[in-house]
Write a protein that binds this ligand. Sequence first.
Ligand SMILES: [Zn+2]
Length: 201
Amino acid sequence: MVIYGWKNVFLKSIKSNKVICPNCSEKATTLFSVSSQHAHVFWIPLFPYRKPIYSLCENCNHALKFRKMPEEFKQEGRLLKTEVKAPIWQYSGLGLIAILISWLIYSGQENKRLNLDYITTPQAGDIYEFKTQSNFYSTLMLTEITKDSVIFRLNDYETQKISGIRDIEKTENYSLDEYSLSREEIKRMYDQGEIIDVNRE
Ligand SMILES: [Zn+2]
């Protein structure tokens, strides 16, 4: 269950010496308050999205929401609103999301860089995840590297979903038959996305 909602955080109050209370007709008794409202998910503030304004007469306790205010009250309210900013912590959730996205982009690029490195300097024991001709997924394990080729064993199993690879990637699943491909061909398969990922212990 996702718990979410909205929360008001008080920011500032000022007393206006201009406006006259429409209820008790006293001057300079009205206090204007502004707060910042943010959306939260699991109590983590996501972002502030509005600043509600209220007025309160300290003489007669007459209170008004912004949309019920007479025009001169609204002007005071707008002034106060431009004066104050939502505190930065109300953006925590957005900050976390931005950090998470940057991390995902970074680790994706890092993985690509590593894969290319592994493809160009293969080692025995490297595991290649690849797409089969029937659009399934399987793995192969390098057993020997020569000057121009790699020698490998194929996984006996394949999986329909890429996420299933971790279930079939077991040493005992590799057939004992050995095959070989030129390193050039391996590079071509990687460039064309037939080899999806390379894992090295
Ligand atoms: Zn009043």
